[in-house]
Design a protein around this ligand. Structure first.
Ligand code: ADP
Ligand code: MG
Length: 568
């Protein structure tokens, strides 16, 4: 009776659909994981909205997800009684990609199927993975609290491998929530099996908090096949992983749960699961990913942990739960003390949250220390991905400065390779007899640092110098005047005081030469005028005739150059 309206997809969606079908087929099972994950999100959203408005439950507060199949019509259906969608929401969420970074997504596609599959979840485009196995998808949905006839039927069918549009129509749906009906492509019939679907669910979605139910099956001798019974059973564990005792959780459980919270397809590098008791009680499950997410350096990166209060999901990306420089960490915090109606604004001011954040920060830094001490290769890989972000912590987190400093890795004249593998501890262990300070040089590139004329005297004396060439390095070391009682100084600043490494005879020679060359020095000073403050004789150089140095307390030349380039 009602109008069926045809609507065009956003151009990016078309591109995405093409990608799903042509590139991701080898990972086809992920469709179920993504759709179950959406169903679970929809249940979480309903539970959260119902905190303020119990009527949304419509007298049915038992949230669950149902997976079923129908051999005759060749369909697989994923249903939930979660929040549902109204017409506008269906159009906005299923016809466009609202997330920022869609362009970035396409530009990051490499053609490597595994890596590309990895990106889907991160970019929030999981729904479209339905088209990996289906050539037609029907969505029947009604938002919780709306009248039965305010439901929506959304449908999209692929002609060949292309889809340019979808349809929306009014639909009457007695039960709130969403049914996603997949009309399978040719050749996907193995999915029309309870055994197959159960095994995919257990593999990818075991940790989903809501029960995932399927109809029971029983072997029928006469028909010599499994027949579907009227009774339902729960297929997954259906409890929150972090609430279980550590002894009952396998490595694989932890990894699968990580993939769920992070939308990453790769295993995490390390994790920490702890229940914290005392004045504030909370459970934390924190993961360090293997690879940096695409938005790590965006102005507003996805950041923070999933927050639960007594197992009720409250929000994603609760950024107050971790400092900015640990924004790559993923995981869950479940607080026993925060109010259920906690909002982002309340989190801003909450002392409880400060305590949780302090605890989470310590845990993550401890996890990284452990990695650095015991799994050096993994730590090196971590450093390559996240080292730059960790350095930001020197400026941001004064309380943990020493811990962060211990985690830093540098290139140095010891290896003369751009690989950043030298820790400050390594450096101190190699310090020359009589050496009191840690020396570094900053430059625009590794090669410029390595070839800096400032290094000449250090090379001659065999003193190691850290070679810093990252943009943020000079700013970062500015927050680190010392480490384990050793001053950290630039070789390009002030009077080069090598302390007891200084050769008395050499020092004397320089003094004599300063006297001898006084007229020359004055001449150079006069001709350079205001461009320099002082011209002096030095023993810093062995091969180069001259170099520039800045005063002890002035900004380094490299930082000055950066600020100038930034228009400051
Ligand atoms: P993401 O889950 O990362 O947001 P998806 O492509 O998986 O991206 O889903 C897009 C959006 O469609 C979801 O954010 C949600 O608003 C909506 N959606 C998808 N499935 C459901 C569902 N079962 N119930 C309610 N809304 C849904
Ligand atoms: Mg999703």
């Amino acid at each position: 009776t009602s109008q069926i309206e045809k609507r065009g997809f956003q151009a990016e969606v078309k591109q995405l659909l093409h990608l799903m079908i042509h590139s991701l087929y080898s990972n086809r099972e992920i469709f179920l994981r993504e759709l179950v994950s959406n169903a679970s999100d929809a249940c979480d959203k309903l539970r959260f909205e119902a905190l303020d408005n119990g009527a949304l439950f419509e007298n049915d507060s038992e949230l669950k997800i149902r997976v079923s199949f129908d051999k005759a019509s060749r369909t697989v259906t994923i249903s939930d009684n979660g929040i549902g969608m109204n017409r506008d929401e269906a159009i906005a969420h299923l016809g466009t990609i609202a997330k920022s970074g869609t362009k970035e997504f396409f530009s990051r596609l490499s053609g490597d199927k595994q890596a590309d599959a990895n990106l889907i979840g991160q970019f929030g485009v999981g729904f479209y993975s339905a088209f990996i196995v289906a050539d037609k998808v029907t969505v029947l949905t009604r938002r919780a609290g709306d009248a039965a006839d305010a439901g929506v039927k959304w449908e999209c069918s692929m002609a060949g491998d292309e889809a340019g549009e979808y349809s929306v129509a009014q639909y009457t749906k007695a039960i709130r929530g969403t049914d996603i009906i997949l009309h399978l492509r040719e050749g996907e019939d193995d999915l029309l099996s309870g055994w197959k679907l159960r095994s995919i669910i257990r593999k990818y979605s075991d940790h989903i908090v809501q029960p995932i139910v399927m109809q029971k099956e029983e072997w029928d001798q006469e028909k010599a096949e499994n027949v579907v019974k009227d009774e339902e059973e729960t297929v997954n564990q259906a409890n929150a992983l972090w609430t279980r005792s550590k002894n009952d959780i396998s490595e694989d459980d932890y990894k699968a749960f990580y993939k769920h919270v992070s939308h990453d397809y790769e295993d995490p590098v390390a994790w920490s699961h702890a229940k914290v008791e005392g004045r504030h009680e909370y459970t934390q499950l924190l993961y360090v990913p293997k690879r940096a997410p695409f938005d790590l350096y965006d102005r507003t990166p996805r950041h923070g942990l999933k927050l639960y209060v007594r197992r009720v999901f409250i929000m994603d990306d609760a950024e107050k739960l971790l400092p900015h420089y640990l924004r790559f960490v993923r995981g869950v915090v479940d607080s026993a003390d925060l109010p259920l109606n906690v909002s982002r604004e309340i989190l801003q001011e909450s002392k409880d949250v400060d305590t949780i954040r302090g605890g989470c920060t310590k845990k993550v830094l401890g996890l990284l220390e452990d990695l650095a001490d015991n799994r050096k290769e993994d730590y090196a890989a971590f450093w390559t991905e996240f080292g730059r972000v960790l350095k930001e912590g020197l400026g941001e987190d004064h309380a943990n400065k020493d811990k962060i400093a211990g985690l830093l890795r540098f290139a140095s004249t010891h290896l003369d390779s751009p690989e950043e593998s030298v820790s400050l501890k390594d450096y101190i262990g190699r310090m020359k007899e009589g050496q009191e300070k840690i020396y570094y040089v900053t430059a625009e590139s590794f090669n410029a640092a390595k070839n800096s004329p400032h290094l000449e005297v250090f090379r001659k004396k065999g003193i190691e110098v850290l070679l810093l060439s990252d943009r943020i390095d000079e700013w970062a070391v500015g927050y680190l005047p010392e480490f384990e009682g050793k001053q950290i100084v630039s070789v390009a600043k002030g009077d080069l005081d090598l302390g007891s490494l200084e050769d008395e005879a050499e020092k004397k020679k320089v003094e004599e030469q300063a006297e001898e060359f006084k007229p020359l020095l004055e001449k150079v000073k006069t001709s350079l005028g205001d461009k320099v403050k002082e011209v002096r004789v030095t023993h810093r150089l062995t091969d180069s005739p001259a170099c520039l140095v800045v005063d002890e307390h002035e900004m380094g030349a490299n930082l000055a150059r950066l600020l100038k380039a930034a228009g400051q």
